[in-house]
Every structure is written in C-alpha cells, then in structure tokens.
Design a protein around this ligand. Structure first.
Ligand code: XMP
Length: 330
C-alpha cells in the first residue's frame, strides 16, 4: 500500500514529476535558510543530497562523517563521483570521537543510539561553520519509517531496529528534518536517482547501514576487529564482483562474531577469529532470501579471506532468510 494513496514511480515520467514537485516543496520549506546533509554513499542519502542540491544549490552543505566504521577506501568512492556532479562534500574525520564513545559497548541498540546521536553532534559542530543552517536533510525512505515504528503518528508499526536515520535521533536535535524520500520505496529512489543523473556505481551499490561496521563487529567494537572485518569485506567484494554476482545480490557482507575458534595453519595450531558471510537476495530488505552462491565461489572467498587476513582461521556462510533472521546480525 502506498502512503497517501500516491502513484507508484515506475518510469522516468513519474520520477520527473516527483522531482519537480519535491523541488518546489523543498524550496518552500527551507526558504532562505541553509541545510546540511550527511552523505554516506548509500543510495538514499545520495539521492536526497542531489535532489536538495537541485533545489537550493550551494545552500546545501554535504558532509561525509568518517566515523572509523567505514569500508576500504569508502570516503574516496563517495566523494569523487559527487564532486563530478558539482557537489562538494566536506569530509569530517571523527574516528576518535566515535570509537571512544563505543568503547566497552556491546548492546546493538545502544551502539546504534550512540552512533545516531554522535552523527547529530558532528552535524551540529559542522553546521556552526556555515550561515543559517536550520535544516538537516535525511535520506529516510518508507521502509525505514515502517521498521522504526514511526509510521503516521506513531500509532502503528512496531520497532524492529532503530535505524540511525530514523529512530536513533536524539530528542534535543537542533535541526528541523527534511526527508524528501520518506514516502518512497528503494526501487523508486533508484529511478529518481537515475533521472537526477546520479552515477550507476552509486545507485546500484549495496545498502550499507549508517552504523557501518559497528553492527558487523558483534559485541565490543575495537580498532583491531574493525580492521579484520574491513579487510575481509574487501576480499569478499573483489571476489563477488569478479564472479559477476554483485548485481544479483541485495547485500553481501562479512560479520565478525565475538568468538575465536581453533584451526591449523602451516602445521601449527591457531586460535583465531571466525568470519560470517551474509549474502541475500531481496527487493526492499523487508524480507530476504539467503543467496545460493555457488560452492566454488564460496570456496575461493573463504580461501582468500584466510590467506589475506591472518587473524581469521574459519569462514561460515549464513543460510537463514529474513524472516526469521534479520539481514544484519546485530
Ligand atoms: P535488517 O538487519 O533490519 O536490515 O534486516 C534491513 C536493511 O537495513 C539495513 N540496516 C540499517 N541501515 N541503519 C541503517 O542505516 C541501521 O541501523 C541499520 N540496520 C540495518 C540493513 O543493512 C539492510 O539493508
């Protein structure tokens, strides 16, 4: 069921008229003020940023927060294509402040809350550098609203996870939110993005959660564990892309559970980390099927991860769909 009985966006014409009406609505809301937007490289925040940039130009200040929970060369892969679209992103290195706040924290929802709040604090600090910033643009889409139980006026929806861009916002937030995509489904956001000229590499990237690798390092997040999961993820990405599987999957990622297992390498006993591989097929993340990745590809992924990430001695593949599991492990 579409919110407000609106027409579903299935083609360029629908997207063009959505863009046109959004631009006038955004201009009306923001008026002569300015806005900031956090870009993560995700489809939603990218499309929201490009749309609002179309509406208010350089009064939009795009910021990419490097919270230390990003993947290999993630900052460059986001900032460079956006620069080509005329959108100049300021990168804020906030690794120390996020990692120190997360120190000792093991509960997944608390991690999300801390990260969501810290994002806002960084945005507030950044906003002080510009004139008249009263708005924060968010790439919230309709499934986020439903999953965070914020549908309508809170009466419906039941909280599944507090996604940082919805439920994890602190109560004393100093911005008004602008959420131009909040009625859209992911496939609609992609059509809108295409019409706005967003490069395919950004539009067809797998979703990556706002709390990043913090919810893929299960339990306490440490720099060492982040580096392990980051390196394993880089190997996985290369293998999946090389085998032509990337575009068939909704998401494909590594998880580092908080367990060590016994192994053997070069004739000696090892006691190392285990990596979980999660690959799913989905159209909107509300439900997902585990992906039937061929055995020989799984084999080369496992072998390469163990070869290249010395702390890892075991790789397992997750064969659970959603429901009953969620896509992320935390
Ligand atoms: P789950 O794990 O709830 O994930 O089945 C559904 C989709 O949402 C992403 N996800 C998040 N995205 N902040 C985000 O921005 C979060 O806290 C978060 N948790 C899950 C997940 O990667 C999947 O695409």
């Amino acid at each position: 069921m579409l919110p407000d009985g609106r027409r579903r966006i299935t083609q360029k014409d629908d997207a063009d008229s959505f863009i046109e009406s959004s631009i006038s609505e955004i201009r009306e809301i923001i008026g002569d003020s300015s806005a900031i937007v956090g870009v993560s490289g995700g489809v939603d925040s990218t499309v929201a940023a490009v749309l609002v940039h179309r509406a208010i130009g350089n009064r939009l200040h795009p910021i990419m927060v490097d919270h230390g929970l990003l993947r290999h060369r993630e900052v460059e892969s986001v900032v460079e294509p956006l620069r080509e679209l005329g959108i100049d992103v300021s990168v804020v290195n906030a690794q120390d402040r996020f990692l120190s706040k997360l120190s000792g924290v093991t509960d997944p929802e608390l991690k999300r809350k801390i990260i969501g709040e810290e994002f806002i604090r960084v945005f507030e600090d950044e906003a002080r550098k510009y004139k008249d910033v009263s708005f924060l643009v968010q790439g919230t889409i309709y499934p986020d609203v439903i999953e965070s139980g914020r549908q309508g006026d809170e009466k419906s929806g039941h909280l599944v996870k507090t996604h940082h861009n919805v439920g994890g916002l602190p109560e004393d937030i100093q911005f008004e939110l602008v959420e131009p995509l909040r009625d859209l489904y992911k496939d609609e956001v992609k059509i809108v993005g295409e019409c706005l000229g967003v490069p395919k590499d950004l539009l067809f990237r797998h979703a990556f959660p706002g709390p990043g690798l913090a919810v893929r390092v299960l339990g306490e997040v440490t720099r060492e564990k982040l580096e392990i999961v980051r390196r394993a993820q880089h190997v996985l990405d290369q293998e999946i892309k090389h085998a032509g599987w990337y575009d068939k999957l909704w998401q494909c990622f590594c998880v580092l559970p908080d367990v060590k297992t016994v192994g053997v390498r070069d004739g000696s006993r090892t006691y190392g980390y285990m990596i979980g591989i999660r690959a799913v097929i989905s159209s909107d993340a509300m439900t997902a099927q585990w992906a039937p990745i061929p055995y020989d590809l799984l084999d080369s992924i496992a072998t390469k991860i163990i070869d290249e990430v010395e702390q890892v001695n075991r790789v397992v593949y997750d064969i659970t769909s959603k429901p009953p599991a969620t896509i992320e492990w935390e």
